[in-house]
Design a protein around this ligand. Structure first.
Ligand code: C2E
Ligand code: CA
Ligand code: CA
Ligand code: CA
Length: 278
């Protein structure tokens, strides 16, 4: 503190927490990576639980930075949301996912699920136009696109949002609620929005084995989804007993390490070819 006059700038630097410094660096590296198209999608199969057949695939963003190394999306997505670069990131993800999914249609008629941030829906009109433009330029059948949103989108439930989601579905894409049950949102939104699918969050399946309340919760979600005519995808299936429990209670679809991790596009394509007889 004695030297703080002379080394004032150093004092300032070291008072910045390591976390803040990392975020500043990450922000500038992420912008650069986006401009150089350095982010890459990996693809995780979504299977029909009864047959194990791949019916869809989820696109998940991956970023390896020369300086920072591998950065998890759980770190760079929230950062991109705060700075606004999520709009650019989301557009790149959608375009790349549609290009790949369109190419895979010649192997099998699978859907592609793309994650959308609530932040992207702050500009409803431009977002709709972008999605429409990307669908038509890539040639992917719009019905083959699943748009995944989280309950956080529905907190500030505006008329404009409801209209946008309707218009989106009118273009062809399906709407899924991601991480279902983790968003502290009132269930009444299920009546006001017409979702096609819900994804049961991994946390519900994790401790289910010897846990009656968790099992009851998963069963209740499945019963509710059936009553509302929603398809269900269970996330984070790692063990056979989880798959067995889910199948027994009429959950149709799932994804998780038991079937496959997210894979680079070429590896996913090879897997898809492997299961599809010529
Ligand atoms: P999410 O959408 O819930 O994606 C599922 C996450 O669970 C992925 O993590 C996936 O790798 C992981 N996972 C899948 N199966 C298993 C399993 O059996 N066990 C375990 N432990 N994990 C499993 P990932 O790829 O790290 O992505 C984290 C989150 O980052 C995603 O959660 C999503 O919210 C966000 N994200 C990723 N890519 C994008 C993107 O392009 N746009 C947006 N807006 N968000 C993205
Ligand atoms: Ca997702
Ligand atoms: Ca999820
Ligand atoms: Ca999640």
């Amino acid at each position: 503190v004695k030297d703080s006059g002379r080394n004032g700038y150093r004092f300032f630097d070291s008072s910045m927490s390591h976390g803040v410094q990392r975020k500043l660096l990450m922000d500038s590296r992420l912008r650069k990576a986006l401009n150089n198209n350095e982010l890459e999608l990996h693809y995780q199969p979504i299977v029909e639980l009864a047959s194990g057949k791949i019916i869809a695939v989820e696109a998940l963003m991956r970023w390896h930075d020369a300086e920072l190394g591998f950065v998890s999306p759980t770190e760079f997505i929230p950062l991109a949301e705060r700075t606004g670069v999520i709009n650019q990131l989301g557009e790149q993800a959608l375009r790349q996912a549609c290009i790949n999914a369109q190419a895979w249609q010649s192997i099998a008629p699978i859907s592609v699920a793309v994650n959308f941030s609530s932040v992207q829906f702050r500009q409803c009109e431009p977002l709709l136009m972008k999605i429409e433009r990307i669908l038509s330029s890539t040639g992917l059948d719009p019905k083959r696109l699943d748009i995944e949103v989280t309950e956080s989108l529905l907190i500030s439930e505006s008329g404009e949002l409801r209209q946008t989601l309707q218009q989106l579905q009118a273009l062809g894409p399906q709407l899924s609620i991601d991480d279902f049950g983790t968003g502290y949102s009132a269930l009444s939104y299920l009546q006001r929005f017409s979702f096609n699918k819900l994804k049961i969050d991994r946390s519900f399946l994790q401790h289910m084995e010897h846990n009656e309340p968790d099992q009851a919760l998963v069963k209740a979600i499945l019963a509710m989804a059936a009553a509302l005519d929603l398809k269900v995808v269970a996330e984070g299936i790692e063990a056979q007993w989880q798959a067995d429990f889910l199948t027994k209670h009429q959950c149709q679809f799932g994804q998780g390490y038991l079937y496959s991790k997210p894979l680079p596009a070429e590896e996913f394509e090879a897997l898809l070819r492997q299961q599809t007889p010529l």
